[in-house]
Design a protein around this ligand. Structure first.
Ligand SMILES: *Cc1c(COP(=O)(O)O)cnc(C)c1O
Length: 424
């Protein structure tokens, strides 16, 4: 924490000297909103509206089926994968943009288990975190159920807490370690290279979920010698609601990559219409079937919002934003029951900050009504995402001012703020 009292003038001075401030013009954000939920759904790039119109009226409306070739629809998963690769430390022909994160998790978990079964069949343990994002655990459980119910193999899912728990769980019977790089609840970020080395030391392989880190923090998948990775494009990558996810595999595992969702888009010759599956020799073997082209096309607009910057610059600003927010909440809202659940050590911090409050849900609803949009996650976590592409330092000041007012006036304690929608 800083000792000096922070002022609005300090925040304005930080904006004035921010080389990334102009990047916000790429987005169409309502003027009366401070958007602190880009970690859940990124803001809309201005160019996306035009692109969506063009895909629908021109490529589909006029080009019709010809657009699979003439508008490059068929090759889009690979082409966008190459563009995304530079944000996660991948190279050309290592990444595809396709399907959902959940579906891609199923593919890579199956591929990782198959790789290990061929090398070391006695390894029957999958390690993950108890507070991992639920879909990661559910997909793993589904795959385990499938393998066990068909009498193929019984795996154990070993859930751990914290880095110490993780390191203690790394024994010689571990096949795969599935971790989310930046935790969705706490914003805790693993040291990917360090953990990967420890996992490899016991002969296991890593699956990294990058949903809360792609576009949020610098990632070097090849540099960390990771094995498999998946992630979202609709969070920090601004691809639009439900836009297709991505999947990365280290080149050393590409040829052995086997997955049970062996649809025709992963075939070496999809239009030969052969009756036997023969996987594509390259990155296309990670695909399954026909993609949601309208949504896929907009991933490019999201990725293009990174064109004039790089992850190192964004990281510097992101840490300034999250540190400022933490300091200001401590300065302005002392005395209220707020507990920081995000690491103070910036080495282990993603691009979000969580504060627990006994009535976190209602406080978040009151904030949203005042135009400050964070989100809420069980149990009692108010989650504030800071996307340096479009959030400024004065925004942080204003958001904390509104939070303070809501807490001081108890205005969150109204029946309407306790009502829960289906999506929180
Ligand atoms: C957002 C998120 C997902 C979402 O998966 P979908 O298949 O897109 O619903 C998965 N894992 C993590 C860690 C996430 O944060």
């Amino acid at each position: 924490m800083t000792s000096k009292t922070l002022t609005l003038a300090d925040c304005r001075a930080m904006d004035a000297s921010d080389p990334l401030a102009k990047l916000r013009d790429q987005f169409d954000l309502p003027a009366d909103v401070i958007y602190l939920d880009g970690n859940s759904l990124g803001a809309m790039p201005r160019s996306s509206a035009r692109r969506a119109q063009d895909v629908i009226t021109q490529e589909w409306g006029v080009g019709l089926i010809r657009s699979w070739n003439t508008a490059g629809w068929f090759d889009m998963p690979r082409k966008l994968g190459n563009k995304l690769a530079r944000l996660v430390g991948g190279n050309d022909n290592e990444v595809v943009v396709t399907d959902t994160t959940s579906t891609n998790l199923f593919k890579v978990m199956a591929a990782a288990l198959r790789l290990q079964k061929d090398k070391a069949p006695q390894r029957r343990v999958i390690v993950s975190e108890r507070n991992n994002f639920p879909t990661d655990l559910y997909i793993t459980q589904g795959l385990m159920d499938l393998l066990s119910s068909l009498g193929s193999a019984d795996y154990e899912l070993r859930l751990v807490d914290g880095v110490e728990g993780l390191e203690a769980a790394l024994t010689e019977d571990v096949a795969v370690v599935l971790l989310t790089h930046v935790n969705y609840q706490t914003g805790y970020m693993y040291d990917m290279a360090d953990i990967t080395a420890k996992v490899h030391k016991v002969g296991a392989v890593t699956v990294w979920d990058l949903c809360h880190s792609a576009g949020a923090v610098p990632i070097d998948l090849n540099g960390a010698n990771a094995d498999y990775a998946v992630g979202c494009t609709y969070k920090y990558l601004n691809g639009g609601p439900g836009s297709p996810a991505f999947l990365w595999v280290h080149p050393r595992h590409q040829e052995s990559f086997w997955q049970p969702l062996s649809g025709w888009w992963g075939h070496a010759r999809p239009f030969a219409m052969e009756s036997q599956y023969d996987p594509h020799q390259g990155v296309k073997r990670y695909l399954c079937g026909t993609q949601a082209i309208t949504s896929l096309a907009l991933v490019e607009n999201g990725l293009d919002t990174f064109a004039d910057t790089n992850m190192e610059e964004l990281r510097e600003k992101s840490l300034k934003l999250t540190s400022l927010f933490i300091d200001l909440v401590h300065q302005e809202c002392a005395g209220f029951p707020l507990t920081l659940n995000t690491p103070l050590d910036t080495k282990y911090r993603g691009s979000q900050v969580g504060f627990e409050h006994p009535h976190g849900f209602a406080v978040v609803q009151a904030l949203i009504e005042r135009g400050v949009i964070p989100d809420y996650r069980e149990p009692s976590i108010m989650r504030f995402g800071f996307t340096p592409l479009y959030i400024g330092f004065e925004d942080v000041w204003n958001a904390v001012a509104v939070l303070k007012e809501i807490l001081q006036s108890n205005s969150w304690d109204q029946p309407k703020f306790h009502q829960r929608g289906t999506v929180t």
